[in-house]
Design a protein around this ligand. Structure first.
Ligand code: C2E
Ligand code: MG
Ligand code: MG
Length: 253
């Protein structure tokens, strides 16, 4: 049924805001795919993305996500909503595909979206696989003025020298560290160290999975830049996201 899902328009994108922790303004959104399965209801990525990766369907699905996100970003801009960055997640297979950059470039052109509004989220393991080819793809993205975020930071293996060399705009601290940092001294140390390392490398630091006021207070106290999580807002349908953007930031917590 995954094979038919694209044609039958069963995929939908949800959007979750990224918040500037100091001003509480929405500075960006992340697009997260969902599948309205005809029999099984709303499915999360964990239930179908790995299968799509295994059978290669992640490539057409990824192209759909990119197109949808670019159209959405342009529609929000045209509706006069505050300009924000929209992030998409890319799998290793997409990132390694020969036409990855070309596809992004032509989609942006077709939709007439300024590339500075697009961000790509990649995990450490994707980036560290083959440093030389990775570097050239990342340079091409940067030349187009597309932003790059490292997703789930801290869960994979990162070479510190690549972290310095690659044109990385943001590090997203994995939610497992954020979840434990107010209860476990070791996690707190890791989060503080990532914040200070990222700052020294002039990268924006985003905490994923912020769920409690205590976590928010900890991140503010340690000068983390941005946050994302249920405490601020859950992933939501495009229309709800537009209303939230329109209703005016900053977010009242
Ligand atoms: P991710 O990019 O790390 O996305 C963050 C995940 O954490 C999302 O799960 C989000 O709904 C969830 N989340 C957000 N705030 C909180 C919180 O406060 N607490 C907790 N416990 N979770 C929170 P989701 O939407 O199920 O997506 C899971 C993963 O699937 C994503 O992880 C991403 O790697 C992948 N994914 C999502 N959309 C796409 C896509 O369009 N293409 C590809 N290739 N992968 C995607
Ligand atoms: Mg992500
Ligand atoms: Mg993540």
């Amino acid at each position: 049924s995954l094979r038919h899902a694209l044609l039958r328009r069963e995929f939908v994108l949800y959007y979750q805001p990224k918040i500037n922790l100091h001003t509480r303004e929405i500075v960006g959104v992340e697009a997260l795919i969902r599948w309205h399965h005809p029999d099984r209801g709303l499915l999360l990525p964990a239930q179908f993305v790995p299968i799509a990766e295994d059978c290669g369907l992640i490539l057409p699905i990824g192209r759909w996500v990119l197109q949808e996100v670019c159209k959405q970003a342009r529609a929000w801009l045209q509706a006069g909503l505050p300009p924000i960055t929209i992030a998409i997640n890319a799998s290793a297979i997409e990132f390694r595909a020969k036409n990855f950059i070309e596809n992004i470039r032509t989609t942006l052109e077709d939709v007439r979206l300024d590339p500075r509004y697009l961000e790509i989220e990649l995990t450490e393991s994707i980036l560290m696989q083959d440093a030389e080819s990775t570097n050239s793809v990342l340079r091409a993205l940067a030349d187009l003025h597309i932003k790059l975020a490292i997703d789930d930071f801290g869960t994979g293996f990162s070479s510190l020298s690549y972290l310095r060399q690659f044109p990385i705009n943001s590090l997203k601290i994995d939610k497992s560290f954020v979840n434990r940092m107010t209860r476990n001294a070791d996690d707190a140390t890791i989060v503080k160290a990532v914040i200070s390392m990222g700052k020294s490398l002039r990268q924006c630091i985003i905490a994923e999975g912020v769920e409690t006021p205590e976590q928010y207070a900890f991140l503010l106290a340690h000068e983390c830049d941005e946050g994302q999580g249920y405490y601020f807002a859950r992933p939501m349908a495009a229309e709800d996201m537009a209303n939230l953007l329109r209703s005016g930031v900053p977010l009242s917590l």
